[in-house]
Design a protein around this ligand. Structure first.
Ligand SMILES: CC(C)(COP(=O)(O)OP(=O)(O)OC[C@H]1O[C@@H](n2cnc3c(N)ncnc32)[C@H](O)[C@@H]1OP(=O)(O)O)[C@@H](O)C(=O)NCCC(=O)NCCS
Length: 226
């Protein structure tokens, strides 16, 4: 009986120690989650229950192994994390401080992806590659970027600081700083807080077919409202 109690106490001590360590090392990430998720009720809730944080903890270990060229154990760790969290972060990716992955299920971050500071990713986001070459083939995400649920950001492109990618957008071209991008393919609809009229703006022409459709739709609306 004594031994059983000792084992239980040891397990509790390990859990407490682990919680304290994660709280200290990942303080920035936990604070970022607390700030950006109104559903988060406490610091401890995030440490114990947020799979986005758990995936990040494992990623930091896996990334160290990857940098030591221990590719197989690094990949093994990331697959274990994927199994438990539904979030797949390749150990080769480079991730800055303060990343918050909300909900997380279905997030994929590719090997050569680079993520800046204080980025927010929702569930189903893919930072994916478009080619098979062994070169940088995944996006670079700037600081303070928010990427909405289900959005795909593909190829070696740059998403500028402070930008928003709308839910389910498919982004295949560079995004300027302070912009909002929505749709498939992604189009800039706002920049520096100002709405962009896609039909008039020629510096942001990303999809001429879509522009024509929108123009036609406006004319149909006009005729119907007569
Ligand atoms: C794009 C987004 C950031 C909003 O940006 P915003 O600057 O506030 O944009 P607005 O709401 O003013 O909308 C601007 C235009 O884009 C359209 N729009 C907004 N989000 C869109 C989206 N995801 N896909 C397509 N169009 C979208 C709006 O209908 C509006 O069109 P209009 O100008 O023809 O009326 C936001 O809509 C979004 O998608 N956020 C992601 C949130 C998310 O994934 N949450 C998951 C929680 S679990």
């Amino acid at each position: 009986m004594d031994i059983l109690w000792m084992i239980i106490l040891a397990l509790i001590a390990i859990l407490v120690l682990k919680t304290v360590l994660v709280s200290v090392i990942f303080y920035c990430e936990i604070k970022s989650a607390q700030k950006r998720d109104p559903a988060a009720k406490s610091f401890l809730e995030i440490v114990l229950l947020y799979q986005g944080l758990h995936a990040l903890v494992v990623y930091r270990l896996a990334h160290r192994l990857y940098r030591m060229r221990l590719y197989l154990p690094a990949r093994y760790l990331s697959q274990v994390a994927r199994f438990f969290t539904g979030i797949e972060i390749h150990p080769g990716a480079k991730i800055g401080r303060g990343l918050f992955i909300d909900h997380g299920m279905g997030v994929v971050i590719g090997e050569t992806a680079v993520i800046g500071e204080n980025v927010l990713l929702y569930q189903g986001v893919t930072l994916g590659g478009t080619g098979l070459a062994h070169e940088k083939r995944h996006p670079t995400i700037g600081n303070n970027v928010v990427i909405g649920a289900g959005a795909k950001v593909l190829g070696n492109i740059i998403v500028g600081d402070n930008s928003y990618i709308g839910a389910n957008a498919v982004v295949i071209k560079d995004v300027p700083v302070n912009s909002t991008v929505v749709g498939v393919p992604g189009r800039v609809t706002k920049q520096d807080g100002k709405k962009i009229d896609v039909a008039l703006d020629h510096s942001h022409v990303l999809d001429p077919i879509m522009q024509n459709i929108e123009e036609l739709q406006k004319r149909i609306d006009k005729i119907e409202n007569k």
